[in-house]
Design a protein around this ligand. Structure first.
Ligand code: SF4
Length: 326
């Protein structure tokens, strides 16, 4: 198995099944600095688009991964910041499309979709997952701490224009934070805006894993579910809750197509692959075990070694211990 610098996983994801990640951005470079970001605080907040990582190297890694003939349900362009800041993200989506065996997904915060060439490139994805957790500039600023020059009205306009031209699936995530956007009239305002964009799916999330800003509050499962009906189509709750309604880790599920073995996208972990995953998303020991088809004991040993090397640290949230790289 070759080692990859820009690809990570594949990891089982609740939204995307077995998902191979493509990271086009150095950590942590984004147009926003969302209080709930799981990657951590934004250290480089910018609107400047450029080729942040060498596209040819990314395409070479993708070709090498395709040659392994492994399984994945999605190849997801995402990572340590906002991928549409990369001027050639469309070339990566085009390469996935040309291969033709795995669907592609683009995860974007929507801030650059007002730019026509960004919309053209984004339309090469099979699924585009956008974010909309605010209803006006003030609520947007309170939640996302945007770069100077990011205008909420322009963002919404870009989303509407993208929907008009995009024939693939548009999924919209709404991240709900008590005290900022969780009141009934606030959620109704977000839902009214969302209707003008016409997403195929709406997904409600709340702070379950460790977030960029400490102590971001979360909603309970009944509270989150009570908001689902405001949206069209009715929103799905993607935050994962324990049977008692307590938020817990978004434990990855094994995709129907993810069967352990030589043909599976899942692979026995090496420490660098586990570290690469933890740098992009806080995970529990169980998440690591599921993602890499390890026993819990094997995953725990690997994570403990990374903690001992001071490249990963532990953080407790909602009674669960998460491990984060940095
Ligand atoms: S949640 Fe997404 S948009 Fe917000 S700071 Fe993190 S990477 Fe950027």
């Amino acid at each position: 198995m070759p080692s990859f610098k820009y690809l990570f996983g594949p990891v089982p994801s609740r939204r995307f099944g077995l998902s191979l990640g493509v990271d086009l951005m150095p950590r942590k470079t984004c147009t926003l600095d969302c209080i709930f970001c799981e990657v951590g605080p934004t250290t480089h907040r910018t609107l400047s688009r450029k080729e942040y990582v060498p596209t040819e190297a990314v395409l070479k890694e993708l070709a090498a991964w395709f040659a392994l003939n492994l399984k994945a349900d999605f190849i997801t362009v995402t990572g340590s910041g906002e991928p549409t800041l990369h001027t050639r993200f469309g070339d990566v989506l085009a390469a996935i499309r040309a291969h033709g065996q795995v669907r592609s997904a683009l995860l974007t915060n929507s801030t650059l979709l007002h730019i026509p060439e960004v919309r053209t490139a984004a339309a090469l994805a099979d699924v585009v997952k956008v974010s909309l957790s605010a209803w006006d500039q003030d609520s947007f600023a309170a939640i996302t701490h945007p770069s100077t020059g990011v205008e909420f009205d322009l963002l919404v306009d870009g989303l509407r224009k993208f929907r008009q031209d995009f024939s693939g699936e548009l999924w919209m995530e709404v991240f709900v934070v008590p005290g900022l956007n969780a009141l009934r009239n606030q959620v109704e305002a977000i839902a009214a805006l969302a209707r003008t964009i016409r997403p195929d799916r709406v997904q409600l999330n709340t702070a379950v894993r460790p977030t960029a800003q400490q102590n971001v509050p979360s909603l309970s499962e009944p509270q989150l579910r009570s908001l689902a009906g405001y949206f069209t189509p009715a929103a799905e709750v993607i935050a994962r809750f324990a049977p008692g309604g307590v938020p817990m880790h978004d434990s990855p599920r094994r995709s129907a197509s993810a069967e352990p073995g030589a043909r599976s996208g899942l692979r026995h972990a090496d420490k660098s692959a586990v570290r690469a995953m933890l740098q992009r998303r806080p995970c529990t020991v169980e998440d690591v075990a599921h993602a890499f088809a390890l026993s819990r004991e094997e995953a725990e040993t690997m994570v403990r070694e990374l903690v001992g090397q001071h490249v990963v640290r532990a953080e407790v949230r909602n009674g669960e211990t998460y491990y984060l790289g940095g």
